[in-house]
Ligand binder design. Structure first.
Ligand code: 5RP
Length: 262
């Protein structure tokens, strides 16, 4: 692999563990002002010290992230649809030159395997990989799931493998039963999304189970910034991903932080 791509990947997937705690705050690109992200600047400030990487759009990056911060940026470069219409018809929204101007460490887009936008979004991925290879910028493919899609190992394995075959340097997907098989069949690092908000201990268990099954970390949003104690939650998830903490140890970290915040 090109040295620049490898080096940028190592800034995200920390070499000591090969894993990352990626904080996802890109939801507004199709959801608007999501709960917990109404004022991204305020949400982000206390969480950034505990994140290994940050996934967001160029609008939030430019307006809500201090340029002095030392965190690798995973820039969302797909969109063009909203929750009100057909989500899968995404196009590319940022030129690679602008991603480079913004000092992005990686670019990311969603692919919609099995949905209306399948062909277009897979070709977007192939195009983005070509652009990324030109400039040494890795591409994170996000396996988005449509309303009618089951999140099982067969479907997610298909989507992740296609993403890797088209050249994605790493892939974000959902955890599922049989996730170790999805990891085995995908020849690039896999990270998992948190998904909809669930009780804190369940989200900690989700992260732990994914890492045990071979995930290279998490790309977690709502289960952190919609938590009763976002700072405690990111610290707990960090302990699981980067320090191999057990669910009990991480839950204690969360409980203590929550207690101290009250
Ligand atoms: C939205 C995304 C999100 O960044 C991703 O789903 C992670 O966030 P969450 O943990 O809230 O699911 O890619 O398309």
């Amino acid at each position: 692999m090109d040295w620049g791509i490898s080096n940028r990947l190592c800034r995200i997937l920390k070499p000591a563990t090969g894993r990352t705690v990626m904080l996802a705050v890109d939801h507004g690109y199709f959801l608007g002002p999501t709960s917990g992200l109404e004022e991204p600047r305020k949400t982000l400030a206390p969480l950034l010290p505990y994140a290994d990487s940050l996934m967001l759009t160029r609008g939030v990056l430019r307006n809500c992230v201090p340029p002095g911060i030392d965190i690798p940026i995973v820039l969302r470069v797909s969109g063009g649809t909203s929750i009100l219409t057909e989500l899968s018809a995404e196009g590319l929204t940022v030129a690679m030159e602008d991603a480079i101007r913004l000092n992005a460490c990686a670019v990311t887009l969603s692919i919609f395997v099995g949905a209306e936008g399948e062909r277009e979004t897979l070709l977007n991925l192939a195009h983005l990989v070509d652009e990324g290879e030109k400039y040494g910028i890795p591409v994170l493919a996000v396996t988005a799931v449509g309303k009618d899609m089951v999140r099982d190992a067969r479907y997610l394995g298909l989507a992740c493998r296609i993403a890797a075959e088209l050249g994605a340097h790493f892939v974000k997907t959902y955890f599922c039963e049989g996730f170790d098989g999805v990891v085995r069949d995908t020849p690039v690092p896999l990270i998992i999304a948190g998904g909809k908000k669930i009780p804190e201990k369940e989200a900690i268990l989700l992260a732990w189970s994914a890492v045990q099954a071979g995930a290279s970390g998490v790309d977690m949003g709502r289960n952190i910034f919609q938590s009763e104690c976002p700072g405690g939650m990111i610290r707990a998830i960090r302990a699981v991903v980067q320090e191999n903490a057990s669910v009990e140890q991480a839950s204690k970290i969360y409980d203590q932080a929550r207690g101290a915040a009250q």
